[in-house]
Structure formats: C-alpha cells, structure tokens
Design a binder for this molecule. Structure first.
Ligand SMILES: [Zn+2]
Length: 89
C-alpha cells in the first residue's frame, strides 16, 4: 500500500505561486529544495493513500487557512535559506 504525504503536493504547487510574488535570492535546485524541506518540516503532514491523494489535495486547495499557512512558512523558509543556508559557489 502506497502512502503519500499530500502536503508535499500542496507545498510544491503553492511554491510556484509563491515564486511569482517573491524573488528568490538564489534559484538553484539546492536552495529551492532547502526551502521546501524547511516548510514541510514545519507544516503538519497529511498522509493519505495515493488513490485518494488527488481528491484530498483538491480539497486542500480550497482551504484558505491552509493556503495562508503554507505561504507563511514558504516566506519564512526562504528568508532562512537566504540568511543561513545559502551555499557559496
Ligand atoms: Zn543556491
């Protein structure tokens, strides 16, 4: 039985929205994945069987409170990565 964390899909998709309004200091894959990992660690997981996951995620997107929570965590994670984890090339 496959179990997925539906929050991953919600956060990944909202990250695309987030980036339209917020210019990341660095857009490399490492920094983007750091941001997603930090945000996901701070948000409650929403485990679901993969079959129902799709419907579940649709429901999550209509939850405005959840959306604003995710956007807030993405903002804080982006700021954190910019100031603390940004790698040097
Ligand atoms: Zn980077």
């Amino acid at each position: 039985m496959a179990i997925v964390n539906a929050m991953e899909t919600v956060v990944t998709q909202l990250f695309e929205e987030f980036r339209k309004n917020y210019e990341l200091k660095c857009v490399c894959l490492t920094c983007q994945q750091d941001i997603l990992a930090i945000a996901l660690n701070r948000l409650p997981p929403r485990y679901t069987s993969s079959e129902k996951g799709h419907l579940y995620v649709k429901g999550e997107f209509t939850d405005r409170q959840l959306q604003s929570d995710v956007m807030r965590e993405l903002m804080e994670a982006s700021t954190f990565v910019e100031h603390h984890l940004h790698h040097r090339e």
